[in-house]
Design a binder for this molecule. Structure first.
Ligand SMILES: [Zn+2]
Length: 293
């Protein structure tokens, strides 16, 4: 089972760790993602989970990474209950490997464009802000966003390891945030620890549940675990939601749909398909046109 854990330290440094292998694998299967698309979407989903509900309570996060690469836009929504959904515009994209078999996420996403972040809750209005893409490798782009748009100094590390049979071998990441009262010594210590750690995907290859990661990154600090929750891929779509959309169509669009024996509607986020027969649509449109009593 995938997990997210959050930690605080006496020295003013906070950390969140997410293990997302099953979640990323579900996204891969649902969208039939190519390896580089799995890596790009998997990193973004992991990053969104780390950013959701962290700095302010009960907050959901939508990420739109809109680069000029062949992948198109990466769309991810992460909710404060640790569920996440997402898709990319072009799921079958393939780009040449970088080196030593390393997937070139930056080339797929593109090196120019915007990271758009929307934070929202049930009660409060959306808050959207954006920053330019730095490398297209996702982690640096999200860290740059946090620093420039939300004034949060943070280090983000995201890794997705795709196996030779294209399944997801390991996935996860962490976010380290310096609070205003963080001591210089603590920050220097954590920075040294992170440099020593090396790439997160390498670490996850030998530690797929991220075991020992917190001790490595926050080594030398007084750590307290403050939260643990299960993570999973889950969409908010339903047949009822699509019925609602169908009922708002114009009369002409409704008539067009009734030409067909069955109508298929597909949810972008999870690729779930909903089928409506002509009779079902007729019934639905009849209900919609009836005056409310
Ligand atoms: Zn859906």
């Amino acid at each position: 089972m995938d997990k997210i854990c959050r930690y605080t330290t006496k020295e003013g440094v906070r950390m969140a760790v997410a293990v997302t292998r099953d979640t990323v694998e579900e996204a891969r299967v649902r969208h039939d993602l190519s390896p580089v698309a799995t890596a790009a979407l998997g990193r973004t989903m992991t990053g969104a989970l780390l950013m959701a509900g962290d700095f302010k309570n009960e907050e959901n996060v939508s990420l739109r990474i809109q680069g000029d690469g062949p992948l198109g836009v990466v769309h991810v929504d992460a909710f404060s209950n640790n569920t996440v959904r997402g898709y990319v515009d072009n799921p079958h994209v393939d780009v040449p490997l970088k080196y030593a078999g390393k997937l070139d996420v930056g080339a797929a996403v593109g090196h120019n464009g915007d990271v758009k972040v929307t934070r929202f809750t049930k009660l409060r209005q959306d808050y959207t802000s954006q920053s330019p893409i730095q490398t297209g490798e996702i982690a640096e782009d999200l860290a740059y966003y946090l620093y420039t748009s939300e004034q949060i100094p943070a280090t983000i590390s995201l890794g997705v390891l795709v196996d030779t049979d294209q399944t997801t071998k390991a996935a996860g990441g962490f976010l380290v945030q310096a609070l205003p009262d963080a001591t210089d010594e603590a920050l220097a210590q954590v920075e040294a620890n992170i440099n020593e750690l090396g790439p997160i995907s390498k670490y996850l290859e030998t530690h797929p549940d991220a075991e020992g990661l917190v001790e490595r990154v926050l080594g030398g600090l007084t750590v307290e675990k403050v939260y643990e929750g299960d993570v999973r891929f889950q969409c908010t779509c339903s047949r009822e939601r699509f019925e609602g959309v169908l009922m708002t169509l114009t009369d002409k669009d409704k008539k067009d749909l009734l030409e067909d024996e069955t109508t298929e509607l597909v949810c972008h986020y999870c690729n779930e398909k909903y089928h409506f027969t002509r009779d079902e649509l007729k019934q639905l449109f009849k209900e919609a046109s009836q005056p409310k009593s």
